[in-house]
Design a protein around this ligand. Structure first.
Ligand code: ACO
Length: 322
């Protein structure tokens, strides 16, 4: 029996600077009421110049290792999900490796927008199951404040910065019911133009800003995420009643509520941080997971379903026994 990937530790980092909707409304043509009503967002964290993707990923990784009682020497793989790396290369992951003082194994970045952390969990789980690694850090770290178009009030009010990390440890095989039980990943490239960044280092004179057709993304998000959740439940012969906690991607409170309703899940079993963090893309799921882990809502033994969707479109789920 292949080993299970146990979530041994969870960590997070949020930039010091908190920006309320009212503060944003001083420079953007918007109001606190519009943002709250349409999205549930009340505030977000914005990174200072030194709070880069590498810096925040490293801080969240340190916290995850400490939570697991693990050392840098226990790490033999690092995957960082990010759309906002400090550099095209080397990868954020190898900068984190150096900063932690880890010396073994692999390190690479993964580009799957807001679904990046769930994608990363799936890849790390496969590597642990096939015996390629025993201790893997999976990190989501994003500084979306650097790619927002401040002239587009339809997108710039929606995002925030931050990082979250888990340390996965190969656990026992037969006899253990803890760890990642399943992951399911999907992509539909034909929808690449409803949510994208319009440039990158490979395109001269185009640093790149986020562009989103919000209504279309909203429509696909509700449908695809509900399908992904049903897929995870069916694959594990479970119903929504078996799930202790849903940890959804934190894009919009209305999407989260719609998901909860479709599943018949009471809202007090759904972890919500979008009000305080806004959408932190690949960092949103691990930040939400950390929030409920740290304050004791999510406990060892709980069955937790993670799901996310992002630009691509890409989406997926991970079912975890904590
Ligand atoms: N403040 C005030 N008014 C605004 C703002 C703002 N910040 N933004 C837009 N408006 C106005 C528009 O101009 C429009 O005015 P009009 O009717 O006079 O033309 C009106 O509000 C309605 O705008 P819509 O864009 O139609 O608003 P909608 O109800 O669709 O809400 C939102 C927009 C919140 C973006 C929603 O579509 C949404 O949440 N979409 C999904 C986002 C998402 O899930 N992203 C996930 C992945 S993110 C990733 O992967 C990077």
């Amino acid at each position: 029996m292949p080993p299970r990937s146990i979530l041994a530790g969870i960590g997070a980092y949020l930039p010091q600077r908190i920006v309320s909707n009212d503060e944003l409304a001083r420079t953007v043509d918007t109001t606190d009421a519009w943002i709250r009503e349409r999205t549930g967002i009340q505030q977000r964290h914005f990174a200072a110049p030194h709070e880069t993707a590498v810096f925040m990923a490293t801080e969240s990784a340190r916290a995850a290792l400490a939570d697991a009682g693990a050392q840098a020497s226990d790490v033999d793989g690092i995957i960082v999900a990010t759309s906002t790396p400090d550099q095209a290369f080397p990868a954020t992951a190898v900068r984190v490796q150096a900063a932690l003082g880890a010396t073994k194994g692999f390190g690479f970045d993964l580009a799957a927008a807001c679904a990046g952390f769930v994608y990363g969990l799936s890849v790390a789980d496969c590597m642990i199951k096939c015996g390629q690694a025993k201790g893997v850090l999976v990190i989501g770290s994003e500084v979306y404040s650097r790619i927002l178009n401040w002239a587009d009030r339809g997108t710039c009010v929606l995002f925030g910065d931050g990082a979250g990390a888990v340390f996965l440890r190969a656990g026992e095989g037969a006899g253990s019911d803890r760890g990642i039980l399943s992951t399911h990943l999907h992509a539909q490239g034909t929808l690449g133009d409803i949510l994208y960044v319009d440039g990158a280092v490979g395109q001269p004179d185009k640093p790149g800003h986020l562009v989103m057709h919000g209504k279309e993304v909203f429509r696909h998000a509700v449908t695809r995420l509900a399908e992904a959740v049903q897929e995870a439940l069916a694959a594990n012969h479970l119903t929504a009643a078996d799930i202790d906690w849903l940890v959804p991607h934190q894009a919009n409170r209305r999407i989260i509520d719609a998901m909860g309703r479709k599943l018949g899940l009471p809202i007090d079993r759904v972890v919500i941080t979008v009000d305080r963090h806004a959408n932190t893309s690949a960092a949103s799921v691990p930040l939400a997971l950390h929030d409920a882990w740290k304050d004791g809502r999510i406990k060892r033994g709980d069955l937790v379903l993670l799901e996310a969707l992002g630009g691509g479109l890409v989406w997926g789920s991970a079912l975890v026994r904590m």
